[in-house]
Design a protein around this ligand. Structure first.
Ligand code: CP
Length: 320
């Protein structure tokens, strides 16, 4: 595996899930695979889970790990071509990328959507330059449009906690005070479409995700109807994806607090489990009682980030 952005990059999903189960039983079983190999993790944005779980996964595989916070100590990077660099940006991405590639064997990258230019974000302009110019395998640690390590961990968690062969999984929008990217719901939709689940998406009008991720998933503006009989409730905020009105891309269109997941919502599910990728803002996305209650899977879900990362890095090491 040379890149990891989409569910298809893993090949057979059942095999990948088997591999995740095996690694979870024996996370240090492939220590020799990463010996004398270096993972470079590059962060253009903040992180807690991705940083710690991916580093742990690489160390489980015997790798050395370098972590670069681009906005904390590195030279400020220019990303446009054809500019006179007489501002505060000292280095161009097109030199920085191959230099970074020369110090490592595999690159993980986090670079969020700017939410001002849909075309730029949805072309994955920054990350694709790493793929093109680094000379190294590259995996997403959340890019402008995808967060596959999260979606893989989400699927592992659903597999571990499902009580039916084909559970009902509902992705529901929830309110937030800041405009957030669509990467988590995009990937979650893409992965649920590939998994053997009954998948439903619910959000207010105007929040339609890009059809390249939602595929044939059922979509409804009626949240309570969507949640009826759900086995898993996956809450997430996202800003306007600009699918129906490109001029609204990245905007907050709705602050309706009736979408906040509380006991009233969970009551219509079939003993549904609550999921969220974290970090989560309580009182906006979910109430304290739901996230702290017995139905909440947020901690095991976060713990599975180590497993999803280990499967992905292991496969990249095997392909070197
Ligand atoms: N879920 C997730 O990616 O968490 P971090 O932003 O803390 O890495």
């Amino acid at each position: 595996m040379h890149t990891f952005f989409n569910v298809e990059d893993l090949g057979c999903l059942d095999k990948a899930l088997d591999e995740a189960r095996e690694i979870k039983q024996n996370r240090f079983g492939y220590q020799s695979l990463g010996k004398n190999r270096t993972l470079l993790m590059i962060f253009f944005n903040n992180s807690l889970r991705t940083r710690l779980s991916t580093q742990k996964a690489a160390m489980n595989l015997g790798m050395n790990v370098n972590v670069l916070d681009v906005n904390a100590g590195a030279w400020k990077l220019e990303t446009e071509r054809g500019v006179i660099m007489d501002g505060d940006k000292s280095e161009h991405l097109l030199e920085a990328i191959p230099v970074m590639g020369s110090y490592c064997d595999i690159i993980g990258i986090r670079s969020f959507a700017g939410l001002t230019d849909r075309e730029f974000d949805y072309a994955e302009t920054i990350v694709q330059q790493f793929v093109k110019y680094s000379g190294r395998p590259v995996f997403a640690m959340e890019t402008a449009t995808v967060h596959p390590l999260q979606a893989f961990a989400d699927l592992i968690t659903i597999e571990e906690h499902k009580t039916k062969a084909r559970p009902k999984v509902v992705l529901t929008w929830a309110p937030h005070c800041r405009a957030l990217p669509q990467a988590v719901p995009d990937s979650f939709a893409q992965w649920m479409n590939a998994a053997d689940v009954d998948f439903v998406i619910t959000h207010p009008e105007g929040y339609e995700l890009d059809p390249k991720f939602t595929g044939n998933a059922r979509i409804t503006y009626n949240q309570m109807e969507a949640l009826e009989g759900a086995d898993f409730v996956y809450a997430k905020n996202w800003s306007c994806p600009g699918v129906t009105r490109p001029e609204d891309y990245g905007k907050i269109l709705c602050k309706d607090m009736s979408w906040t997941i509380d006991s009233r919502h969970m009551a219509v599910t079939d003993n549904g489990k609550f999921m969220h990728c974290l970090p989560v803002r309580r009182g906006l996305i979910v109430t304290d009682d739901v996230i702290e209650g017995p139905s909440s899977l947020v901690i095991p879900e976060a713990a599975n980030r180590e497993i999803s990362a280990e499967v992905v890095i292991k496969r990249m090491l095997e392909a070197l």
